[in-house]
Design a protein around this ligand. Structure first.
Ligand SMILES: [Zn+2]
Length: 113
């Protein structure tokens, strides 16, 4: 497994087909060390919230969502506050998710076309 997996990809265990999102050294279901990745594609927004008191360098307000993709769910920043529960979303262009001495860049979720 690589540490540089793009954020629009999830993992699938080559031994047992279990799927997960966040980087792990081993399959959480069977413990195997080998996994492939696959593109998440389009997900469905399960819930949204907007954070108004954010850490330094994070935009304010900061709309977030829990999104269900096929087999995995994750929390991510939304492109804007117009995205609602039930909307179909996908990963958009790279943005500065947190600015500062060591900026964190990644895609925000955008409404799927
Ligand atoms: Zn497994």
């Amino acid at each position: 497994m690589s540490d540089a997996v793009p954020p629009d990809r999830a993992f699938v265990c080559t031994a047992c087909d279990h799927r997960w999102y966040y980087t792990r050294q081993r399959c959480p279901a069977c413990g195997a060390a080998d996994a492939d990745t696959y593109e998440l594609g389009t997900g469905s927004v399960l819930a949204t919230t907007t954070v108004h008191a954010t850490p330094p360098g994070v935009r304010q307000p900061n709309p977030l969502a829990i999104v269900a993709f096929e087999h995995v769910s994750l929390v991510a920043q939304l492109a804007d506050e117009t995205i609602e529960t039930g909307d179909a979303v996908t990963f958009g262009d790279e943005a500065v998710l947190r600015d500062g001495d060591e900026p964190i860049e990644g895609p925000r979720l955008v409404r799927s076309e």
